[in-house]
Design a protein around this ligand. Structure first.
Ligand SMILES: [Zn+2]
Length: 428
């Protein structure tokens, strides 16, 4: 695949260049501004699939580090109500009636939305992930399927996790993660049990951390400390841990997260919608924390649009700190690409446009009124681009979206399946 275009990447230096990018197999093998090098590549690959990138920008695919994709089925079913009533009266009763095949439909719908919005990697956290491995693999997105558990269902979920690990072993792009819901819904014993499972199988560990004031109060009453301190005492925090939210973290918590190499998944729109508070992201960045961005589920967002998350993250920080210099555009681009890749253990192999990197790239159509004129490319992408501007999506060298069309999904059929799934669940 050869793509002549302007490319933007958040690698050190934040390079923007105009030239050609060549992909062979699942890797980027050519990044050049020289026409003769592109010609040599084309000559060596006569059956290459060419994409004209003129008037477009190529960039690394976005990485969503916290999502509950199957909650698409509950989109807009319960809005504008307090968190605990939302969970106890709406979300959890609906989820208790869901069957695995319905979770698969909701997950596929979420992934369709993610891919069309330029997300090439995502971290999920839900039930029945053991049933989702093959369907997710078929859609082609790079995924971490986090098996969510509470104390109440831990004995059911651990065998499912074993099964998911065995199924995912056959897929290079789908990995499994251990995902206890939170320190307030999962006992210390079961948190440690999950971490041991993760270490034994070389998996990531992810959980909701310090999301709301209620959680802070519960953990302090039970354990006499903050959620971060509690998790650290249990020994579950390390560089293979993703902590979602981290809204209410103080300087001591922050020092712990940095020292342990924990990746933070900042979910600004969810935090705003549920009135959780404002995560001190600017402080986190200053302190050297690895901050990434997540959409959270489509019940608290209510879409899976990472472009909106980027913009919201920046504007929310500027508003909360009173400092318009906080979280500049370039930092946001880094969070959704380079930092996401590091959080998921890919180091510099993903989230960059560089020879040798994994070929997860997207093309943005810049020929839109809201993107013109392109005076500065990176702010144009971060502050102006929308999910609907993503035209082409390549994951692991495979073309998944072409001219805004998902190549592996029959969308009208999927919408019908989603409607039917909701009707069945509600009728139970
Ligand atoms: Zn969440």
């Amino acid at each position: 695949m050869v793509l002549p275009m302007t490319a933007a990447s958040a690698e050190a230096g934040g390079g923007v260049f105009t030239g050609w990018v060549g992909i062979d197999g699942n890797r980027i093998v050519l990044v050049t501004e020289r026409a003769e090098e592109a010609e040599t590549f084309r000559a060596a690959h006569p059956d290459v699939h060419r994409i004209d990138g003129r008037g477009r920008v190529l960039m690394p695919g976005l990485i969503d580090t916290h999502c509950h994709a199957a909650m698409t089925l509950q989109r807009n079913r319960a809005d504008d109500i307090p968190l605990m009533r939302w969970l106890y009266d709406h979300i959890w009763p609906f989820e208790s009636k869901q069957r695995p095949e319905e979770v698969v439909v909701g997950t596929r719908l979420g992934i369709a939305e993610l891919l069309l919005g330029g997300v090439t990697s995502f971290v999920d956290m839900y039930y029945w992930e053991n049933h989702c491995v093959e369907p997710v693999h078929e859609l082609g997105i790079r995924a971490w399927l986090g098996c969510n558990y509470f104390d109440s269902n831990v004995e059911e979920v651990f065998p499912q996790m074993e099964e998911a690990v065995a199924r995912a072993a056959r897929s290079g792009r789908v990995r499994v993660a251990v995902a206890p819901h939170s320190a307030y819904m999962v006992s210390p014993e079961n948190l440690v049990r999950g971490k041991e499972f993760a270490r034994r199988h070389g998996l990531h560990f992810m959980t909701h951390v310090s999301e709301t004031q209620d959680e802070m109060r519960i953990i302090r009453e039970r354990y006499g400390c903050s959620p971060v301190e509690h998790l650290d005492r249990l020994g579950v925090l390390d560089e293979h841990t993703v902590a979602a939210h981290c809204v209410h973290v103080d300087e001591r918590d922050l020092a712990t997260l940095v020292a342990r190499g924990v990746a933070v998944s900042h979910n600004p729109q969810s935090n705003m919608k549920i009135s959780s508070g404002v995560a001190p992201v600017e402080r986190m960045v200053q302190a050297g924390a690895l901050v990434t961005i997540g959409t959270d589920g489509p019940c608290s967002n209510n879409d899976l649009d990472m472009w909106e998350e980027m913009r919201s993250a920046s504007f929310l920080q500027k508003s909360a700190t009173g400092d318009p210099c906080s979280l500049p555009a370039y930092e946001l681009l880094k969070m959704v690409t380079v930092n996401g890749a590091r959080a998921l253990g890919y180091g510099d192999e993903l989230g960059v446009i560089r020879p040798g990197a994994l070929a997860d790239v997207i093309l943005i159509d810049l020929q839109k009124p809201h993107l013109q004129p392109v005076n500065e490319l990176i702010p144009d992408l971060v502050y102006c681009a929308k999910a609907a501007d993503v035209e082409t999506v390549v994951v692991d060298g495979e073309l998944l979206v072409e001219n805004r069309r998902l190549l592996r999904v029959d969308l009208p059929a999927l919408y019908a399946e989603a409607r039917e799934a909701v009707q069945k669940i509600v009728a139970r």
